[in-house]
Design a protein around this ligand. Structure first.
Ligand SMILES: C[S@@+](CC[C@H](N)C(=O)[O-])C[C@H]1O[C@@H](n2cnc3c(N)ncnc32)[C@H](O)[C@@H]1O
Length: 412
């Protein structure tokens, strides 16, 4: 194929890809050196692409044909992909290869953003790629649940979903959600409890009798609704508005990785659980007197129930409003934007000697690690937990240790 000097949207060119970037696209270069991000391409492939967007320093494209495939390329297993569903964007990579691809994305972010090239990144063990998701958010069109097409507002009705837990899939496919524009379906895989949260109203929802159904209009008027899930041998309450990790085996794997990061807790270890949610880490790690900081009222109410047998301090506060108290270890699990300046100051303000930073975005991970580095925290390694197989999403636990803890303690 002839080289194209200045491809316009719609033109067809051939590209060799070098690596995967955050978001799952394959990165290649055009003949003029411009970066091209290719949807549907794996590293080290030769692909024919259709250009979809042209900017001065960046071109976007989508794969139309694979000329030389990577060894890990497979046929996507889900029939919904061909119908336009944008939910699982990494299905063309063999599941066993996905943790390694994601580890490379984290290594790249650490190199480019934090200027660190010596932090080991462990891809972790793959988790089952089928029927795993116990929480799913879906759009609703004409009373039926659907997923958005990739990079589009168009909604594709759900005929089946290979990654949804069967108890979720049944509601996704058969549920009637008249009057709603969006639903969140959540189940306890080990308790069998199910819940549908419909936005803006649950007035037209038709679901089996065992399903707790609530509208966001009722929640905003003060109604409470929750289900339970069993994690690490504990029965945890999770309310309609509280965060819960998207799969129980993944939640347990994440807790195990955090446990490896911070080491064994003794009865007098002080643990601060920042962005603590319903108390997952404090409960499963066996903290005796954790300090949990969380801004969601629903999650704090759950945490108080889940930690009722501990000497826990549960603070309904935004992290930036918290006045840090001394701690031995910190677990910090912020939302996608990461710790930012406030979270970094909160972590460092504890003078904890060990920190487990849980991140779901490679760029914010690298930014937070760089910022903590300026305050004396050295990253020892990153461990990935592949909570979301078949998608580009990742979850990573970074272990950091305080260098010169004695000096910092003296000044804390
Ligand atoms: C990724 S979730 C983690 C929750 C919990 N660690 C878990 O694993 O179940 C992030 C949590 O941080 C809370 N959150 C987000 N921004 C916050 C802030 N600025 N201050 C305190 N909590 C916040 C959210 O409500 C959510 O519960």
């Amino acid at each position: 194929m002839d080289p194209v000097d200045d491809p316009a949207p719609g033109s067809i060119v051939e590209v060799s890809t070098l690596r995967m970037v955050a978001g799952g696209d394959g990165l290649g270069r055009l003949d003029d050196g411009r970066v091209v991000l290719v949807e549907g391409a794996l590293p080290a492939e030769r692909v024919t692409v259709e250009v979809t967007e042209v900017r001065p320093r960046l071109v976007r494209a989508r794969t139309v044909d694979v000329v030389v495939p990577a060894p890990e390329r497979v046929d996507p297993p889900c029939p919904e992909l061909a119908r336009g569903c944008g939910g699982c964007d990494l299905q063309y990579a063999a599941p066993a290869s996905q943790p390694g691809l994601k580890a490379d994305v984290v290594l790249d972010a650490l190199r480019r953003i934090a200027r660190l090239d010596d932090v080991p990144v462990d891809p972790g063990a793959p988790l089952p790629a089928d029927g795993y998701r116990t929480t799913v958010r879906a759009a609703v069109v004409a009373g039926s649940a659907g997923f958005r097409a990739r990079r589009s507002t168009e909604v594709v009705p759900v005929g089946s979903c290979g990654v949804a837990h069967p108890l979720v899939e049944e509601l996704l496919v058969d549920g009637v959600f008249d009057d709603a524009t969006e639903v969140v379906i959540r189940v306890g895989a080990r308790t069998g409890e199910r819940m549908v949260v419909a936005h803006p109203t649950a007035a037209g929802v038709v679901a089996p009798g065992d399903v707790r159904v609530v509208g966001t209009d009722e929640l905003s008027r003060g109604r409470r609704a929750w289900i339970h899930e069993e994690l690490g041998g504990h029965r945890l309450r999770v309310s309609a508005q509280s965060f819960l990790q998207a799969r129980p085996d993944g939640a347990e794997a994440l807790v195990a990785a955090v446990g490896r990061a911070i080491g064994d807790l003794s009865s007098d270890t002080t643990l601060v659980d920042l962005y603590g949610g319903i108390g997952l880490f404090s409960v499963l790690l066996g903290a005796h007197a954790p300090v949990l900081v969380e801004r969601s009222a629903a999650a704090v109410a759950d945490a108080r129930v889940n930690l009722a047998d501990r000497d826990a301090t549960t603070l309904k506060l935004a992290v930036r409003r918290w006045r840090p108290t001394a701690a031995d270890v910190v677990v910090a699990d912020p939302a996608r934007a990461g710790l930012g300046a406030d979270g970094v100051a909160a972590v460092a303000g504890t003078a904890a000697t060990r920190v487990a930073l849980v991140s779901c975005d490679p760029a914010s991970l690298a930014r937070d690690v760089a910022s903590l580095g300026t305050l004396g925290y050295r990253p020892l390694g990153v461990e990935l937990v592949d909570l979301f197989p078949q998608t580009h999403h990742l979850e990573a636990v970074t272990t950091l240790e305080l260098v010169e803890p004695e000096r910092r303690r003296a000044t804390a």
